[in-house]
Design a protein around this ligand. Structure first.
Ligand SMILES: Cc1cc2nc3c(=O)[nH]c(=O)nc-3n(C[C@H](O)[C@H](O)[C@H](O)COP(=O)(O)O)c2cc1C
Length: 185
């Protein structure tokens, strides 16, 4: 029997991974993971010029797409937004008269926040549940016909010990290796 591979593409955006504690640890935990590719976007495209054909080919080859980033002003850093704007164009991602290129794939956000988990609630310091803050990306997934998966969030990063961080990074690896099978398959 031919094994079915469910490939995962992680799009990682951090303005300066060399100064990152959390996202670097998460990315390190993914090293050598089978059927999983990490695109460290700012390392791949230091001049800001995204190889659109290469990115679209990588998306087409994957069943699961993960957006990994530190939360900056309640949103992904700017280069990930640029990736979305430039890669997900009409005629490929949508507007083809048929399901778009990402239809049936899964989308998961993996992010870190300075704010504590309990601060992300209507009565909390940040005033919204973190899931509400992700609505624009959830709407994007819906528009593309993708299956939205529950986000992996590391909250309260300043209070996290190195040991706790290693545990969360291992949780992250395990979660992505579950090889979520898109519903239509
Ligand atoms: C420009 C900037 C904006 C930030 N905005 C938020 C925010 O909106 N909410 C929050 O909880 N933390 C915010 N933080 C804290 C970061 O989320 C936190 O430093 C990051 O998740 C740590 O990950 P790293 O070690 O990979 O950089 C912000 C940090 C920076 C530098």
């Amino acid at each position: 029997m031919t094994p079915i591979h469910h490939k995962t593409l992680v799009l990682l955006d951090h303005p300066d991974l060399s100064t990152s504690r959390i996202n670097r640890a998460l990315a390190t935990a993914l090293e050598d993971a089978p059927d999983l590719t990490v695109h460290d976007l700012r390392r791949l495209y230091p001049d800001g010029h995204i190889d659109l054909a290469a990115e679209r080919a990588a998306v087409e080859a994957a069943e699961n797409i993960v957006l990994q980033y530190p939360t900056h002003w309640y949103a992904p850093p700017a280069f990930l937004k640029t990736w979305l704007d430039e890669v997900l164009v009409r005629g490929w991602a949508y507007g083809t008269g048929a399901p778009g290129a990402l239809a049936g794939k899964t989308l998961r956000v993996a992010t870190s926040t300075g704010g504590a988990g309990e601060a992300y609630s209507p009565d909390g310091f940040h005033g919204w549940d973190y899931n509400d803050i992700l609505i624009p990306l959830q709407a994007t997934a819906r528009r593309l016909g993708m299956q939205w998966l529950s986000p992996f969030i590391v909250h309260g990063v300043r209070d996290l010990t190195d040991e706790q961080l290693q545990d969360r990074a291992q949780d992250y690896r395990n979660l992505l290796l579950l090889r979520t099978v898109p519903e239509h398959v």
